[in-house]
Design a protein around this ligand. Structure first.
Ligand code: LR7
Ligand code: MN
Length: 576
């Protein structure tokens, strides 16, 4: 069946994509008997006392939340139960050709029902959790630029099918100047038939996801804003755990666990609840393993909310008033990037809490590259956004960003005075406070003696990561004075580090490598002697030497002999 007729404009197959929707069945399945009347909305005045950090609810407000009945599996239909779909080999060519338009397999997505069922992948203890009877309502804000029909509408349907109607105020779709025709009137007509109030808002010109979200937020009438990307699937029981945290403390910003929807088969794959959000020197958001410290704070309860240093950015709930009190978003940020770390730092430094609720799961189609344009150039825009966040929130640690990403020092940052005034007005804490109290595991060294290049006296060459991966040999090369791969921090914890890798002498004699920093001294502890100009490995007392004997230049560990090949300067000759 599903041959080469694909997409919403494909009349012949449209019934394969959105099978007719039975509104009455759906409403009764949701247990709410149709559209929400205003007087049914539970306008719960939840706790505005900011000091309230209790993690339990007053018992009279607690009742077992009647769970949503799961979407029934449509037997024999592709993709049901969150399974991946397999394509027939003869579709390979067209699949490959179409892939670029969205950077995911649109054929697979179009084969799957907009209402597809998912496995209930929550931990057993999540299914029996008790939530308050009264919770705030939320509006869902989904921004998109040239999103595909089936992924966008599957996101919408997953919200409708799996959110208690009494909590769901409306869905706001913000079209950021898409030029795909079906996202015009056709979309408006379609959403008018949905059983939950859904509006399409449009930016006048391409605004980027940050300003598009601001437009959406302006129209929110619920008490909580829940942001989603336009290619998500909300899983069973996703919403209650998010809102429940805001009930307890309105300054809590809550993310779901973000599961993976395969960009190839659209299989729904559960992500680990043992990862949290971090970032590296380049200011890329990265997932890292939750440290034991945080597990202990949660009494090793894997269903307890997880305090995360940063969030991925696209999927979270936030009290609407708090969103504005906290300074919403930086309107000076374009298209994509930076707003996730900016908001994460702001939340923590200005008195809020950022959490992942392990009982809430939402799938997201992760893409390897972006399908859409970045007017002005991708790196220019991302550098601009990141520079803004670095200038406003990161104090001296902004230098790590400029050092490892020299291209960013040349972009114009624009006016950040409003954002600095916001930081002042909210009496936000310092970035040092954030690193010490929220993210001590970060690869931003708290205290360091030096940040710059490390040059060998004899060869006049510089230590260089050569962009190699963790575990590989450290390199040496001509000193270019630009930073990037030749920037190292010499920290008070005796590490010589570049981003999240540390100079490591696992071999007693021979080449040294760059290995993920462990912070436990051992093979990664070095002492720089300013007078001798030697870099000594702490545990073996051997010296770092530039070896030019092999056909490849490397840094090795050797007996100290006072030679110039064992002398190094830590004197930066570039500026950021
Ligand atoms: O100009 C634009 N206008 C838009 O409306 C560019 C994008 N968008 C829309 C886009 O259609 C999509 O719905 O914005 C949304 C996010 O863009 P993606 O899906 O291309 O971004 P991403 O998933 O690669 O990026 C993650 O980081 C971004 C940084 O700016 C945003 O915070 C995204 O929301 C965020 N996505 C997630 O957090 C999902 C989990 C991914 C991870 C890790
Ligand atoms: Mn996305």
């Amino acid at each position: 069946y599903y041959t080469d007729c694909i997409g919403p404009n494909c009349k012949a197959k449209s019934t394969d994509i959105d099978e007719p929707f039975d509104a009455t069945a759906s409403a009764s399945r949701m247990g709410w008997g149709g559209p929400v009347q205003d007087n049914m909305l539970q306008r719960f005045k939840y706790n505005h006392n900011d000091e309230n950090n209790n993690s339990t609810y007053p018992s009279h407000l607690l009742k077992h939340w009647k769970p949503m009945p799961p979407v029934r599996e449509k037997r024999g239909k592709p993709g049901e139960g969150g399974r991946g779909v397999t394509m027939r080999p003869e579709q390979d060519a067209i699949m490959k050709k179409k892939f670029k338009e969205n950077q995911f397999n649109i054929l697979a997505s179009d084969m799957i029902s907009l209402n597809r069922s998912l496995q209930d992948i929550r931990q057993a203890d999540c299914k029996t959790k008790h939530y308050p009877t009264l919770m705030p309502t939320t509006s869902i804000v989904i921004v998109f630029h040239n999103e595909a029909w089936s992924t966008l509408l599957r996101t919408v349907w997953s919200v409708i099918n799996r959110s208690p109607r009494s909590l769901l105020k409306e869905i706001l779709l913000v079209d950021d100047a898409s030029d795909r025709e079906f996202l015009g009137k056709k979309l408006e007509d379609y959403v008018a038939t949905l059983p939950v109030e859904t509006k399409v808002l449009r930016t006048e010109k391409r605004s980027g996801l940050i300003r598009a979200r601001l437009l959406g937020a302006k129209h929110v009438t619920g008490q909580v804003i829940t942001f989603l990307d336009a290619h998500c699937e909300c899983a069973e029981g996703w919403l209650e755990p998010l809102l429940a945290r805001i009930v307890l403390n309105r300054k809590t910003v809550v993310c779901p666990v973000i599961d993976v929807i395969s960009d190839d088969t659209f299989e729904y794959v559960t992500a680990s609840d043992m990862t949290w959000g971090g970032f590296n020197w380049k200011l890329n958001f990265r997932w890292y393993r939750v440290p034991q410290r945080e597990m202990s704070r949660r009494n090793n309860d894997r269903t307890a909310p997880l305090r995360t240093p940063t969030m991925a950015g696209g999927l979270f709930s936030i009290d609407k008033d708090y969103f504005y009190e906290l300074g919403s978003y930086d309107e000076g940020m374009d298209i994509w990037g930076g707003e996730n770390l900016e908001m994460s730092f702001r939340i923590w430094m200005c008195g809020g809490t950022l959490e992942i609720s392990p009982c809430s799961h939402v799938g997201h189609v992760f893409r390897k590259s972006t399908p859409y344009t970045f007017p002005g150039g991708t790196s220019h825009i991302v550098n601009h956004n990141n520079a803004r966040l670095a200038e406003v929130w990161m104090d001296e640690w902004k230098n790590f960003y400029y050092a490892i990403n020299p291209g960013a020092s040349n972009v114009e940052v624009g006016d950040v005075s409003d954002r600095l005034a916001l930081r002042e007005k909210l009496k936000c804490k310092s970035f040092r406070w954030y690193l010490e109290n929220i993210y001590p595991e970060s690869q931003m060294p708290l205290d360091y003696y030096y940040l710059g290049e490390i040059k060998n006296v004899e060869s006049q060459q510089c230590l260089d990561t050569m962009s190699r991966k963790s575990g590989e040999k450290a390199g040496m090369s001509y000193c270019h004075g630009l930073g990037g791969n030749q920037v190292f921090a010499y920290t008070k914890r005796s590490q010589i580090m570049s981003d999240d890798n540390c100079l490591d002498a696992s071999n007693i004699v021979g080449p040294v490598s760059l290995i993920r920093c462990h912070g436990l001294e051992g093979n990664q502890a070095w002492v720089y002697d300013l007078k001798e100009m030697t870099i000594k490995h702490k545990t073996t007392d051997q010296c770092l030497e530039h070896s030019m004997s092999a056909d490849q230049y490397t840094a090795i560990l050797n007996e100290c002999d006072g030679s110039r090949s064992q002398q190094w300067t830590m004197k930066s000759n570039f500026h950021w």
